[in-house]
Design a protein around this ligand. Structure first.
Ligand code: UTP
Length: 274
């Protein structure tokens, strides 16, 4: 199975990084010599995705701008013989970047819905802005391998799962799993149930959902139905809970997760990757 499209919802306000995020989107904070969002784009490129849609809000245009060609600058670098830099700038030449706006902060599912008409493939990757997985393979590489191991990957959803400490369970979407399922891969789980931010005593397991997904296009129809007539937040987890008979699997990732969405997590990511 090959994926060619990914949506990166990066419209959030980044309140945990205020006042910095008044002027610079948190996704452009540097880790080493790249901004966080470039590491997410690289994660897509590593599995052959070449069609990437950013969901942004007004004021975050700098995010797509980072990836656009700048022919005048490239000519100047060539003139000056700065070939290493030129090579760095040309990395994204064969990638199609698309931008849609989310004008109201109505949740991650609402952000995805803004890109519905752009989706042209049966399955696609969704990468939220904060989570990086470091190890032998990045997050998407592990998810696509998991999907490929299934008998019928076409309409399935693949979640990225992490074992979370009991005290942290109320911060996560937690899955219930089918213990009798014969997994074709040691890290794969079949998901029977999803509960958003449960109390530890009500949680069906200790497996929490991390911000990377492979979803079938039909998920957008469920999101659309949820959105009709709703004035509340529209969340991807609600569409997953409604699922409509769709099979959901999870891959317990291998490696270390870095959550760059908090100042402490960002500092840790700089330590590990910077
Ligand atoms: P968060 O809940 O972490 O929000 O969003 P945030 O704005 O990024 O950060 P804080 O909590 O204010 O500090 C998780 C992901 O979902 C996207 C965000 O950009 C981030 O990638 N998101 C969330 C949207 O694109 N739109 C939304 O309405 C909500």
């Amino acid at each position: 199975m090959k994926l060619t499209q990914a949506i990166l919802p990066v419209a959030g306000l980044g309140t945990r990084f205020l006042p910095w995020t008044k002027v610079v989107p948190k996704e452009l904070l540097p880790i080493g010599n790249q901004p966080i969002v470039a590491l997410l784009v690289d994660e897509c490129l590593d599995i052959g995705i070449r069609d990437i849609c950013f969901v942004i809000n007004r004021g975050k245009e700098m995010i797509p701008q980072y990836f656009y060609d700048m022919p005048a600058l490239e000519r100047e670098l060539e003139k000056r013989g700065k070939l290493h830099m030129l090579k760095e700038l040309s990395r994204y030449h064969n990638v199609n970047f698309h931008v849609v706006y989310q004008d109201q902060m109505l949740g991650d599912g609402h952000a995805l819905l803004q890109a519905k008409s752009w989706v042209a493939t049966d399955s696609l990757a969704i990468l939220f802005g904060d989570d990086l997985i470091v190890g032998r393979e990045n997050g998407l590489q592990q998810l696509i391998k998991g999907l490929a191991a299934l008998k019928n990957p076409k309409d399935a959803t693949m979640l990225c799962l992490q074992e979370v400490e009991r005290s942290l369970i109320p911060r996560y979407g937690i899955v219930g799993i089918d213990a009798s399922w014969k997994a074709p891969h040691v890290r794969l789980r079949k998901v029977t149930k999803l509960v958003e931010k449960p109390k530890p005593e009500d949680a069906p397991s200790n497996l929490g959902i991390v911000g990377k997904y492979i979803i079938p296009r039909s998920m957008f129809d469920i999101l659309h139905r949820i959105a009709e007539g709703s004035h509340d937040e529209i969340r991807l987890i609600d569409a997953l809970i409604q699922r409509n008979g769709m099979e959901i699997y999870g891959c317990v990732f291998e490696g270390t997760r870095l959550d760059t969405g908090t100042p402490e997590g960002y500092r840790e990511a700089v330590k590990v990757l910077g």
